[in-house]
Design a protein around this ligand. Structure first.
Ligand code: UDP
Length: 312
C-alpha cells in the first residue's frame, strides 16, 4: 500500500525537524521544505539517506511543486524568535502571507489536510489572562513585533477562507513558548540566551524588571499535541502549551541553579511591545484532544541544558 505523505515547510527548523522525526516514526513519507534562512540542515542530518525522507531547499513564498500524492501539509516555515523576525521583517511577512497562500494552494490541489503553525503572539500583549482561543487579542500592527503577529493572524484568516470557500480540511495550532534540543543558541530567545550565558559564566540579561511572565512547554509535549490535532477533526484554533507560568526573573534564577553557574543577573531595556503576561488556557486541547503536557520544567531544562553543553 502506498504510504501517506506529509510535507513539512520549515522542516529543518527547531519544531519542523522534530515533526519530521515524529511523522517518520508514524510511518509517513516526509518531504521537508526549507530555505534555511533560520533552519539548519544539522537538525535533519540524521534523516538523510532514509527511504521515506526527502529534503528540498525551497522558499515557500514561491510556487511549490511536489510530485505524487500529498496527504498532509504542516506549514511551519517562518522566522519565529523576536530577534529573527526583527532582522527579517519582510521575509516574515512574506512567508506568513505568500507562503501560507502557496502551501494552502498545494493542499487544495492535492486534497491534503493542512495544519498551520500559529502562535500565542496572535493574542499580542493580552488583556485576558490566561489566553483562551476565543480571545481576539491585543496586537500593535505597526510595532516591531507586528510583522510576525499580523503575518500569523493573516495566515489564520487565509486558512479559514480556504476551509470555508474551497473546502480544504484545515487545522490551526496556536503554539506557546516551546523549548528543547535543536533551538539555536543565538536565536535571542530567553531560554537559549540564559542557558548560553550561564554555561559561559556570563551575566544573564533579563529584559525590563523581569516581572513579565511566560509559560514554557517542552518540545516533546508540543509535538504530541500537534500530532493529535492533525489527526483530529477540529477546525477551530487550539492552544498547545504548558500552563506552568513563571516570571522571567525566576526563570533566569532557575537556569543559574540548574547549570550550577556562578553567573549573576543584569537588567536591560524591555523590548517594545513585549507581552507582560502569557499563559495558555488549554481546556480545549484537554477536552478535544485528550492532551496535556507531561514534562515539567526542571526535567525539560535539564535535557535542554545537556544539549547546549556541547555547543557553547
Ligand atoms: N528576555 C530576556 N532576556 C533575554 C531574552 C529575552 O529577559 O536575553 C525576555 C523577553 O523580553 C520576554 C521573555 O524573556 O519578556 C521571553 O522572550 P523570548 O524572546 O523567549 O520570546 P517571546 O515570548 O517574547 O516571544
Amino acid at each position: 500500500m502506498q504510504k501517506l505523505t506529509a510535507v513539512v515547510t520549515g522542516g529543518a527548523g527547531f519544531l519542523g525537524s522534530h515533526l519530521c522525526d515524529r511523522l517518520l516514526k508514524e510511518n509517513f513519507r516526509v518531504v521537508c521544505l526549507d530555505n534555511l534562512i533560520t533552519g539548519n540542515l544539522d537538525n535533519v542530518a540524521h534523516l538523510f539517506g532514509k527511504d521515506d525522507f526527502s529534503f528540498i531547499k525551497h522558499d515557500v513564498t514561491n510556487f511549490i511543486h511536489i510530485p505524487g500524492n500529498v496527504d498532509y501539509i504542516l506549514h511551519f516555515a517562518s522566522p519565529a524568535s523576536p530577534i529573527d523576525y526583527l532582522q527579517l521583517p519582510i521575509q516574515t511577512l512574506k512567508v506568513g502571507s505568500l507562503g501560507t497562500h502557496k502551501a494552502l494552494g498545494l493542499a487544495k490541489e492535492k486534497k491534503a489536510r493542512f495544519l498551520i503553525a500559529s502562535t500565542s503572539e496572535v493574542y499580542g500583549d493580552p488583556a485576558l489572562h490566561p489566553q483562551k482561543e476565543d480571545y481576539w487579542g491585543n496586537v500593535n500592527p505597526i510595532g516591531p513585533r507586528g510583522v510576525y503577529d499580523e503575518a500569523k493572524r493573516f495566515a489564520e484568516a487565509l486558512t479559514m477562507a480556504y476551509n470555508r470557500y474551497h473546502g480544504v480540511e484545515t487545522r490551526i495550532v496556536r503554539i506557546f513558548n516551546t523549548y528543547g534540543p535543536r533551538m539555536r543558541l543565538n536565536d535571542g530567545r530567553a531560554l537559549p540566551a540564559f542557558v548560553g550565558q550561564a554555561l559561559r559564566g556570563e551575566d544573564l540579561t533579563v529584559f525590563g524588571d523581569g516581572s513579565q511572565t511566560r509559560s514554557f512547554c517542552y518540545v516533546s509535549d508540543l509535538i504530541e499535541g500537534i500530532f493529535k490535532l492533525l489527526m483530529s477533526s477540529e477546525t477551530g484554533p487550539v492552544n498547545i502549551g504548558n500552563p506552568d507560568e513563571i516570571t522571567i526573573k525566576e526563570f533566569a534564577e532557575e537556569v543559574i541553579k540548574l547549570t550550577g553557574s556562578k553567573s549573576k543577573i543584569i537588567y536591560k531595556d524591555l523590548p517594545v511591545d513585549d507581552p507582560k503576561v502569557r499563559q495558555p488556557d488549554i481546556t480545549r486541547a484537554v477536552e478535544i484532544l485528550g492532551w496535556q503536557p507531561k514534562v515539567n520544567r526542571t526535567e525539560g531544562l535539564k535535557l535542554t541544558i545537556d544539549f547546549f553543553k556541547d555547543r557553547v
